[in-house]
Design a protein around this ligand. Structure first.
Ligand code: FAD
Length: 433
């Protein structure tokens, strides 16, 4: 009996395991095991729409057991703590699991570039939990600003800084704009639209690196018209609670600073033997194998294939690498030559909030309303499973007819005002005097 272990139920890992199932599904001598610390596939391209209450968080998470259906592979929700490469084992909480071949698809984590105070004081935006927390943060601050008399405090509550002008930062800020100007400024009587500030800080000379100068210019113009301030060639040098320092000299007061500026490979990937690139990804062969360990394949955001180091960290790359790694395990075991991963750009689609997107596909560049419709159609199509497609399409249609949902359903995180109220109300009446 041979065992293939795939770690990570993201885009790359799930594609790999599905492909392995096709290759070895009928082979009784091959066991396929998927390990992941989350029991769902997160459709990250729609994460920005959680912050603006345009899409329900549960609708962009598809349970692994539903995706599996009748497929043979086994799934265990486990965090892998270490890879014991010499002994062909992965270490989980309470056991070590042997493998004959291993695919690592662990995604990435946020990189703060050692910017003082950034990790402690910024809001991260990589997971479903981050998205849900940020959504509640925005609504929570609107609730406070609605009745805060101090103008400076209100201004700080209604200033939102997004660090990073890549596609995540830009999609997020435009979604936040839709919520704040389209909903909050109308429904909260104490908030005036002129008090809301949305600022993007980007260290590079332009936003949306990789999309090309024409579409970047369209995007900049759209952001400007929407009232979003974009400051390029601007480096964040320090983050304090309620303040961000820019280029070492200027400070901006903002209660919410969101960091989307960089990513780094997971610690587990960084701990592996062999070469790594400057953001910690394992530099793997063109067949996606780890140096010195032909039985270990690394894919997606965790890998820098030697012949495709310029490939962006996006879902189509992870998916394609998942297929190649799965097929290469078959080739390896049958003693056949291995396939090479070749990067081919599938284009770039960036939504700029309601009714506007910029799209670059097969050399064709489009911007505006039809590009936005195309963005929506592509992302609906790419969602895994009819149920999720119907749920998300439903959210979007309802969002066109009804106002956004602004209920805070959990205790907001990191809110001093709420904590003070919570502490006061937990004291006995005697203590409160
Ligand atoms: C906000 C946001 C928006 C994005 N928008 C787009 C977009 O519009 N288009 C696009 O193409 N890409 C987008 N991306 C990038 C895309 O999500 C990634 O490139 C893609 O998910 C990488 O796939 P992966 O399989 O390498 O990792 P992931 O999909 O991140 O999956 C990694 C999996 O590994 C699991 N894991 C991690 N560590 C462990 C461990 N130690 N043990 C067990 N399991 C572990 C994680 O829980 C996760 O399930 C976006 C990303 C973000 C954060």
């Amino acid at each position: 009996m041979k065992r293939v272990v795939v770690v990570g139920a993201g885009f790359g890992g799930l594609e790999a395991v599905t492909h392995l199932d096709r290759l070895f599904g009928r082979d009784r001598d091959v066991e396929i095991l998927l390990l992941s610390d989350q029991n769902y596939l997160l459709f990250t391209p729609l994460l920005p729409r959680i912050a603006s209450s345009y899409t329900d968080p549960r609708h962009i998470a598809q349970a692994v057991r539903e995706i599996r259906g009748r497929k043979k592979f086994r799934f265990r929700r486990e965090a892998v703590r270490a890879v014991d490469a010499p002994n062909h084992r992965v270490v989980v909480e309470s056991a070590a699991i042997d493998y004959d071949a291993l695919i690592l698809a662990l995604g990435s984590r946020t990189e703060f570039f050692n910017t003082p105070g950034a990790r402690e004081n910024c809001w991260d935006y990589k997971s479903l939990q981050h998205a849900v927390e940020l959504r509640e943060r925005i609504i929570d601050l609107c609730e406070h600003a609605d009745h805060t008399a101090d103008a400076a405090a209100r201004q700080s509550m209604l200033t939102f800084v997004v660090v990073g002008g890549g596609y995540t930062g830009i999609e997020l800020v435009t979604e936040m704009r839709d919520f704040l100007f389209g909903y909050a400024a109308r429904k909260y009587r104490g908030i005036n639209a002129s008090e809301i500030r949305l600022i993007v800080l980007e260290a590079a000379p332009d936003v949306l690196g990789g999309i090309g100068p024409k579409l970047a210019a369209h995007a900049r113009k759209r952001l400007h018209v929407s009232g979003i301030e974009v400051r390029t060639s601007t480096r964040v040098t320090r983050v304090l609670e309620g303040f961000v320092e820019i280029n070492g000299k200027e400070t901006l007061a903002a209660d919410t600073i969101i960091w989307t500026a960089g990513v780094r490979a997971s610690e587990l990937i960084e701990s592996l033997p062999g070469p790594h690139d400057r953001i910690g990804r394992a530099v793997v062969s063109a067949h996606l194998q780890l140096e010195g360990h032909p039985e270990i394949f690394i894919i997606g955001d965790s890998a820098a294939a030697i012949n495709a180091q310029q490939a962006p960290r996006v879902a189509p790359v992870a998916i394609e690498q998942g297929r190649v790694a799965a097929r290469n395990i078959g080739h390896l075991w049958r003693g056949e030559p291995l396939e090479t991963y070749e990067y081919a750009s599938k284009g770039m689609l960036v939504s700029l909030g309601m009714n506007y997107a910029v799209v670059k596909i097969a050399g064709i560049e489009v911007s505006g309303y039809f590009a936005w419709l195309f963005w929506n159609a592509v992302h609906l199509y790419k969602l895994v499973g009819l149920k999720k497609q119907v749920q998300v399409a439903g959210d979007w249609m309802l969002g066109l007819i009804f106002p956004r949902d602004a209920a805070i359903v959990r205790q907001p995180r990191r809110c001093k005002l709420c904590e003070d109220v919570g502490q006061a109300s937990s004291l006995s009446p005697l203590h409160r005097n």
